[in-house]
Ligand binder design. Sequence first.
Ligand code: GLP
Length: 260
Amino acid sequence: MEIIIQSTRAAASKLAALNIARLVQAKPNAVLGLATGSTPLMLYTELIRLHREEGLDFSKVRTFNLDEYCDLPPEDPNSYRFFMNENLFKHINIDIANTRVPDGLVQGAEILRHCEKYEEDIRAAGGIDLQVLGIGTNGHIGFNEPGTSLASRTHFTTLTESTRKSNAPYFGGLEAMPYYALTMGIGTIMDVREVVLLAFGESKAEAIAGAAEGALTASNPASSLQMHPSATMFLDTAAAARLVRRDYYEWTFAHKPDWQ
Ligand code: GLP
């Protein structure tokens, strides 16, 4: 796993956006895996700027989002479909028909079929070239909560109490916060060609330290990325604060270990 530490969220987001822009320039019909949450917002703002000011062309790009809350219709402002439309898709020249988010409204036996179909559609698109990830304070990626099988594929999942508490403010309180979600699995994420994980702020520092330098364990789902051949973490200084090693890009010289 490569780790890139920048002094600000803006700088880290710009570097991550550059990775995506280079991919899209080299492969105009690239398949992007996308994430929601506050973390990728600046990355999306930068992609929008690259589109508007530098002509970055998304007309042939296809996207698959990581996850979606169950029981929220796409027009609900808290749904991840709504989030993607508002924060990225409506500001770039992507064909909305080429953008996919799991359908949180499927019910009962349809759920399994929907998840299998999501996997089939990713395969039919040629696989995901680059996956954007945030990380939960408990190390979750997508909605793969601690304890999720490292081999899991797209599935229905129960949100942990800590995730419900973390995300409750968006819903105006815990009562309105969903209990369930659909998410790509860790196995799905491990199959992508390149992972770009973003994490900012001190609330992510412990999860990042575990993921980057701790044991490979389902207790910290992001630690599975240690086994990914092409995964990069883009961090700000606060999210990197609990890393012990110092051999990371833009960290080595600026931040001396205590013993030096
Ligand atoms: C949600 C999403 C994750 C995201 C996480 C962190 O749980 N399912 O994909 O990484 O929140 O959110 P934030 O970026 O707002 O801290």
